[in-house]
Write a new protein. Sequence first.
Length: 147
Amino acid sequence: MIAAALQLLRRAAWAPALVLIIHRIVLHTPWRRQLDFCMHFSGGMAAAYLSWHALACFQPWIGPLTRFGRILFAFALALTIGVFWEFAELAADVFTGSHIQHDVRETMGDLIADACGAALTLLLVNLRPTSSQTTPADRGSAPASAD
């Protein structure tokens, strides 16, 4: 499992790390409100990219998925990450008085941006499948046995 986690770090952890670094920089600019949609959109993209690769790296433990199953699961994981990000924003507002969340409409817009970014990423990674993205179920064959 450690090898799979290291493979995931090498393959896809750069995406959420980059978004978090940019987010930290944007917080200290006067354009935070204007860039909020873009930050959530890119966060959804990064979460979906990480989830897509996590499902491949941890396939021995979770089992094989069809292409559609992998897309659906990666999308759901990305949106779950977005929801927990919103929970963290609410917690910051409650406990530190930060006023990150202004109203329900703004929060829903953030979640929609997450969903749009995740959908775009999953569309892009599936336009041109490579051998690392396909599962035996996608190829229509069973994995070779190690007899």
